[in-house]
Design a protein around this ligand. Structure first.
Ligand code: NTF
Length: 824
């Protein structure tokens, strides 16, 4: 240790020292005595104490970064859906036991304090949670990484239900303070917006373009620790908060012009005010483009000016960094780097483009054409006039190259252009990313294939070597070790704890699937997790469910392509068949159908689907004739914290998107790793899950992607399917009859009309196959030994879905970055 070591020695891991630190934080940090401390005081003091213990590793990591000048991965993402921090930081600092004992001695329950933390919901769903898993894995693998994003003042909206309808409320996650962040206003970066571009000639007679922004905004960095597990490395997540450079105009204020005086401040601070609650279908909103440019410009300036040494020769940039673009949201980074090099540093276009093309790699996360971001040039030009010029120039040179390669094929040139002409002139961000990036990857094998063969096929023909796949993964620390402590204990007892850092070791559990005693213990743990989940639902939502029913879970954003309606039709059909006597109640396995889903506030049909799920739920839950065998539980505001309770309790994981629409899915991986069996289509990462766990441990149903394409081509008629399947017809008719809406036949009409009209995602076409698969589920679940065997095999064979593995793949296939071990 040297004299730069922080006051608390990181290696001093004793209950006594922990207690000392905790009380010191309470007294000196919070200014309260233990007797008078609120739960929040205690949580804050605990968080501060834990972060002290991580500090040595953080400082050392930063010091080494300057010293080693190793290649860094900069993960640029508009979303990081972190989840609660305390548990993870207790785990990585190896303090859980000590903290618990210390707090016990003080008469405080660690578990109570855990509940105080409000999770930072700085993401919409899979894409944001993936970013959080990736930075966790990179730290654990000792890879230098900086996560760059936005510190939204309000994260993803808090969902409430009023009469079954979604109502959005602001997510005030910062209201009680945020102990994990380190603001550095002194390192603020200035970002311009609007204005115009002019020609200038500098002293050496060199002409260049000069952007004169109309307004500027400061980006204040907030640093968060990203501790690795089982290593001293603590990487950094840097989230930017927007501030006005000049707080307000005092003169105007003193004259009583209060609103006028703070106008600038409002403009600036709105930029990081709120996370856009969009998922898969981004809307062309000016503020969203401002957000994108804001965080990207801050991050690039930060890396070039603060992270790199002052004398660094930027021609060597590709040796020091890869900017990984998490979807198209940060793609405006491409013209920004060009501007930094050409306009601000006087580089030639060719030199700047040469470097730019070696530092960006692009991950695409979607297959829905409407989710590929497009910015109208009017908007882009108004907000970022110089960037638009640069994009035009990039496109001009690209089109020249295309015309050389494909002489006379103007149709191809038009298809591939970065600029779309219809319906309005607009920049196709995915094309820009593909042209500029040195690699483009999809997020599961099937998705990457479809990207290559369909969505970006022209580009893949031109540059086959650019395209690659990296299948998503999830962090085993949060989603197994922390979320499912009992199962983790059982696994560790059986195979040691090496799996936490090397998830492929789970395969050593395979033989234990044949061990009756192991199966019994595994089952007991699942049963206990269900009881705990039931307790949480009761306490959190006032929802009562049986502690021992099958837990059948569908949790993900509400989107037509994900087909929550298909799940709903199955439930309604069961209810209808029981009601009509076609299905004897005694033959039905007691089941709780759990839904968790937020709808984008502007997505009317998704909201109507939520209302219908709730309506069906209330009717079924209130129907005494079912004797409680079927229950629908739809807790509002599904989030990472609830996921950590639900997933370990689940028996059945619903992954039922229309084949060819879900890029990957990551919930599917979390469920399999916690011993749920999947009922799913051949879509996204389900394909790989099924291949690995085996057909006999997976309930496959529905059309394959080529079958979907064929049906589309030959003409799909949902009406015809409806007419030909009596169960389906009866289920739909029951909804239409007003059975779930107090006799009102119009209330759920839009959902039914969407299904019977276009049924864009072919829920009806897959209904029969889905219901048959559910019958197989019922039968198999009855054989609890067989089911437990399959559940254990799901765990044993899912080690591939660790985000650690994803990171190794990114390193090998894309980044060329290497782990740098910390020796101290
Ligand atoms: C999502 N994409 C996909 O819909 C999921 O299938 C995938 O698992 C996650 O990304 C993570 O890769 C999006 O949210 C977006 F924004 F790209 F549409």
């Amino acid at each position: 240790m040297n004299d730069m070591t922080p006051p608390v020695a990181a290696r001093e891991h004793t209950v006594e020292s922990f207690t000392r630190e905790f009380l010191r934080e309470l007294n000196f940090g919070r200014g309260v005595d233990l007797d008078r401390a609120s739960a929040n005081d205690k949580y804050m003091a605990l968080a501060r104490t834990v972060r002290h213990y991580l500090m040595t590793g953080w400082l050392e990591t930063l010091r080494n970064q300057y010293r080693d000048q190793a290649k860094v991965v900069a993960y640029l993402s508009a979303e990081f859906l972190l989840g609660r921090q305390l548990d993870n930081n207790l785990l990585t600092s190896n303090l859980e036991g000590i903290a618990r004992e210390s707090l016990d001695q003080l008469g405080i329950s660690l578990d109570d304090l855990r509940e105080v933390e409000i999770e930072p919901g700085l993401g919409n769903g899979g894409l944001g949670r993936l970013a959080a898993c990736f930075i966790d894995s990179l730290a654990t693998l000792d890879v230098p990484c900086i996560g760059y994003g936005i510190r939204y003042e309000y994260g993803i909206f808090k969902q409430a239900f009023v009469d079954g309808h979604q109502v959005e409320k602001p997510d005030t996650w910062l209201a009680l303070g945020s102990p994990w962040e380190f603001p550095h206003p002194e390192n603020a970066v200035t970002v311009g917006f609007g204005g115009h571009v002019e020609d200038v000639t500098d002293e050496d007679g060199v002409k260049r373009r000069d952007w004169v922004p109309a307004s500027v905004v400061n980006g204040v960095p907030y640093n968060y620790m990203v501790p690795g597990y089982g290593t001293n490395r603590v990487n950094t997540l840097r989230l930017w908060s927007a501030r006005a450079p000049k707080a307000f105009n005092l003169q105007v204020f003193n004259e009583g012009g209060y609103e006028e005086a703070v106008k600038n401040q409002t403009f600036a601070e709105n930029i990081s005010k709120v996370l856009y609650p969009e998922d898969s279908t981004p809307q062309g909103k000016e503020l969203r483009l401002q957000q994108q440019y804001f965080f990207v410009a801050c991050s690039i300036a930060d890396f070039l000016c603060n992270v790199l040494p002052q004398d660094f020769d930027l021609h060597r940039l590709p040796d020091r960094i890869t900017w990984q673009l998490n979807d198209t949201h940060p793609v405006i980074a491409v013209p920004e780097l060009m501007r930094q090099l050409v306009d601000l540093r006087g580089w030639t276009w060719e030199d700047a483009w040469g470097v730019t093309q070696k530092v960006f790699a692009y991950t695409c996360h979607t297959l829905l054409p409407e989710a590929l971001e497009v910015w109208p040039v009017d908007l882009l030009g108004k907000l970022l006039p110089r960037h638009l010029e640069i994009i035009y120039r990039i496109n001009e040179l690209f089109l020249e190259e295309l015309r050389d390669t494909y002489p006379g094929d103007e149709l191809k040139v038009r298809h591939m252009s970065i600029i779309a002409e219809h319906p309005v002139r607009a920049v196709r961000m995915a094309h820009l990313a593909t042209v500029a990036g040195f690699k483009v990857n999809g997020v599961a094998a099937l998705h990457s294939e479809l990207l290559r063969d369909k969505v970006l096929s022209d580009f893949a023909q031109l540059w086959p070597e650019k395209f690659t796949n990296v299948t998503n993964g999830v962090t085993p620390r949060r989603f197994v070790r922390i979320a499912n402590p009992s199962m983790s204990g059982l696994v560790t007892e059986a195979i040691g704890d090496g799996w936490i850092k090397d998830l492929s070791q789970l395969s050593r559990l395979e033989p234990l699937a044949e061990d009756a005693e192991f199966r019994r213990r595994f089952r007991d743990i699942k049963a206990a997790n269900k009881v705990e989940f039931a307790r949480v639902l009761k306490e959190r939502d006032g929802i009562e469910i049986a502690g021992d029913a099958m837990v059948d879970a569908m949790v993900k954003r509400l989107h037509e392509y994900k087909r929550q309606t298909l799940k709903l039709l199955h439930i309604v059909s069961l209810y209808q068949r029981i009601g009509s006597g076609a299905l004897p109640l005694e033959s039905v396995t007691p089941r709780t159908f759990v839904f968790g889903a937020k709808a984008a506030p502007g997505y009317a049909l998704a909201k109507q689907i939520i209302a219908l799920i709730n309506a069906v739920g209330s009717t079924i839950n209130a129907d005494a004739s079912l004797e409680g065998r079927l229950k629908v539980a739809f807790p509002a505001n599904y989030n990472v914290t609830l996921a950590e309770k639900l997933i370990p309790a689940a028996d059945l994981s619903e992954q039922i998107s229309l084949a060819g629409k879900e890029a990957s899915g990551t919930g599917n991986m979390k469920f399999a790793l916690n011993g749920a069996l999947t009922i799913g289509t051949d879509d996204g990462a389900n394909v790989e899950i099924r291949e690995l766990v085996g057909d006999e441990n997976f309930f496959l149903f529905g059309m394959s992607e080529p079958e979907v394409a064929d049906l589309e081509a030959s003409g799909y008629s949902p009406e015809a399917v409806y007419a030909s399947d009596p169960d389906l017809k009866a289920a739909i008719d029951l909804i239409s009859s007003g059975a779930f809406s107090g006799g009102d036949r119009t209330l759920h009409e839009p959902v039914i009309a969407a299904l019977l009209g276009e049924d864009r995602f072919m829920a009806l076409a897959d209904f029969r196959s889905y219901v048959d698969a559910q019958d197989r589920v019922e039968a198999y679940y009855g054989d609890f030994e067989a089911w437990s065997r399959s559940a254990i095999l799901n765990v044993a064979r899912s080690g591939f879905f660790s985000s650690d593995r994803s990171m190794v793949d990114y390193m090998d296939r894309i980044w060329g970055a290497k782990p740098v071990k910390q020796n101290f």
